[in-house]
Structures are given as C-alpha cells and as structure tokens.
Ligand binder design. Structure first.
Ligand code: PMP
Length: 338
C-alpha cells in the first residue's frame, strides 16, 4: 500500500483507460489518460503543482505566501487545492460574467475571488492583466509575499507534462505507443507531452476546436479562427511561451458537431462523464487513428470531469438553444408506465 504525504503527492499517476467505441470504430487502440481523477478533477492540477514548486525553488514563494492568477476554471481550482495543501493562499481574478457554478466551485476549492468586468485584453482591467498587477501589489503588502502564476507563459506549466504526463504514458504502455493527440489552452499539455514523446518516435497531433487559431498557424502559417465552440478551457490565438519550440506532426480542426457526439457516447456507452474538451481530444484521436491506419495505439487526454458543465454541455435546453445535437437519453429524464 502506498501512502501519500499530502494532496500535492496525489496529483498525477492517472490510469490509461481503453476507449471501446473509438477503438472498435478505427481498428486502433485508443486510450484516454484519466486526468479527471486528479484531486481537483482536471489535468491542470499538474501545472498548478509545478508552477507552485518552481516559485518555491526560486525563492519567490515564501511559506504562507499568496498565489494570484487570472482564470475562470481548472487552473484556479488546482492552484487553490494544491496551494492549500502546501500552506499557501490563493486569489483568483475572474470576469464577473462567468457562471455562478464556476464562482461557487472556486470558493469551494478555498480560493478568494476578485471579480472584474469582462473586458478585452487591451483594457488594463482585463482579468489576466488585473491579476498580474494585483500580484505585484500583494507582493508588497502581504506579510509573506505573493506570486503571479502566469500559466500561459510560465514554462513550469509544460515542464509538468515533460516530467510527469509524458513519462507516465511511456511507462504505462511499455513504450508501445504510436500517437498522442490533444487540444491547446495554454499549450502546456500538448507541447510538454510532445517534447517528452516526439523524440521517442511518437507522432503528435493537435486537435483544435473552432474559434481557435493554432490549427491554421501550424498548417498555413497564419492565425485564423473561424467558427465558435462551446468547449471550455481550450482554443488559443497566439503561440504562448509553453508552445514555443514545439511543432506537432498532425493537426486537425474539430467542430463541436464532431466532438459532442463523442463525449455523449463516452458517457452512455463507457460510463465516462467528461467535459467538452475531452470530446475534442477523443474525436482528434479518432482522426489520427484513421490517418495512421488500423493496428496503432493512440493516447489522448480526458481533461476534466463533466459535473463542471451541468448548465451547458449537459443541459438539453442549452444545447437546443445553440442548435447542437441533444442525445435522446439526455432530453428526457423520466419514464412512465404505459
Ligand atoms: N481542457 C480543459 C477543460 C482545460 O481547462 C484546459 C486548460 N485550460 C485544457 C483542456 C488545455 O490544457 P493546456 O492548458 O495544458 O493546454
């Protein structure tokens, strides 16, 4: 039996789950890395842990110090939970338009919330820019100092995947893995796993949602972001520091009309309750499987747990409003006797 010394130790070491439907449909073996089993229920716990450890090692984060980040989602939850387990406070700057669900979730994770108006990046009160300034102020006023996590351009984020996610996949498959694919938010997961596995001969793919410009950058050299997506936490309009120095072997644009049926099937047929980005990833794995041909083994990321999206992805009214397909079993929740 293994006993972890704290919650931070319980981050990572996630299982690989064979995805039956996608594997049977392609003649490949498609495996999902179950990142939703992390303590904060997402892949971002790994980045949070490495960002915190990096700041501690550099002497920037003192015991009892404060971690500040502008984020609405999984990174904030990871920073708050992992931070608490290591004795730090977390302040999350969030646009006030974000759903109540997300605000409640961050508070449940123990974060202090600072709500700012939802304004574009060029406005100094944009949540990311505000968080940078707030971190600088708190560094002066908080007794134990403060840091800005800066997940997009802090390469401690991708180091988490170079040092943990990539090697875990290699060990769990005994080096028998032909392809890896995932989407990009900060790019930490794709570039980090890519940098760990590409030199070993694993083909790396990008699964980009509509409304994101990374696919067009890799395939045409320009940033174009046609369409929109209801997936959250993914999509990017620039090459972040985490993406620099990495190029995937394959790239696909995955519309929601392709990703959502996959995520619905994963719950109905395999008991996996996930968020939309996992659908984009598994749909991408199916495309990569078709590209490489039958008999290959492909790994992708199951990013986070579905309970985070009850009012959107898992809400039939919301899907109908957006003109997206609603699976019959989600549309009605009661059965009556004939
Ligand atoms: N899926 C979800 C749900 C996320 O929150 C994120 C992080 N923004 C990602 C995927 C993408 O991960 P990364 O930041 O490592 O590119």
């Amino acid at each position: 039996m293994e006993i972890y010394s704290d919650l931070a130790d319980a981050v990572g070491h996630t299982p690989l789950i064979r995805l039956k439907g996608p594997s049977d449909a392609t003649g490949c073996e498609i495996l999902g890395k179950a990142e939703f089993l992390n303590p904060g229920q997402s892949v971002k716990d790994r980045a949070a842990l490495f960002i915190i450890r990096d700041a501690m090692e550099k002497g920037l984060l003192q015991p009892g110090g404060t971690i500040v980040e502008g984020t609405a989602g999984n990174t904030g939850i990871g920073l708050a939970l992992v931070g608490a387990s290591m004795g730090f406070k977390t302040v999350i700057v969030i646009p006030e338009t974000q759903s109540q669900e997300k605000k409640d979730m961050l508070r449940l994770a123990g974060a202090e919330l600072v709500q700012v108006p939802a304004v574009p990046y060029k406005n100094p009160n944009n949540y990311v820019r505000y968080s940078e300034r707030l971190a600088k102020e708190l560094a002066k006023s908080e007794p134990n100092g403060a840091i800005w996590a800066n997940q997009f351009d802090n390469v401690a984020n991708r180091r988490a995947h170079i040092e943990t996610t990539g090697p875990e996949i290699w060990e769990q498959t005994d080096g028998k893995v032909d392809g890896f694919i995932c989407s990009v938010g900060t790019g930490g997961t794709l570039a980090g796993v890519g940098m760990a596995l590409q030199p070993k001969g694993v083909k790396i793919g990008l699964a980009d949602p509509e409304g994101s410009a990374i696919h067009s950058y890799y395939t045409e050299g320009t940033f174009k972001a046609p369409g929109t997506s209801i997936t959250e936490g993914i999509g990017q309009g620039r090459i972040t520091a985490n993406l620099e120095g990495f190029t995937p072997d394959y790239s696909y644009r995955i519309p929601d009309s392709e990703a959502l049926p996959v995520v619905f099937d994963l719950l109905a047929a395999e008991g996996l309750c996930l968020g939309g980005s996992s659908g984009t990833n598994v749909a991408g794995a199916i495309r990569l499987a078709r590209e490489l041909g039958p008999g290959h083994r492909i790994v992708t990321i199951l990013c986070d747990y579905g309970n985070r999206y009850q009012s959107k992805l898992w809400n039939p009214e919301f899907l109908e409003e957006k003109g997206l397909p609603v699976p019959a079993w989600l549309a009605h929740d009661s059965r009556t006797l004939p």
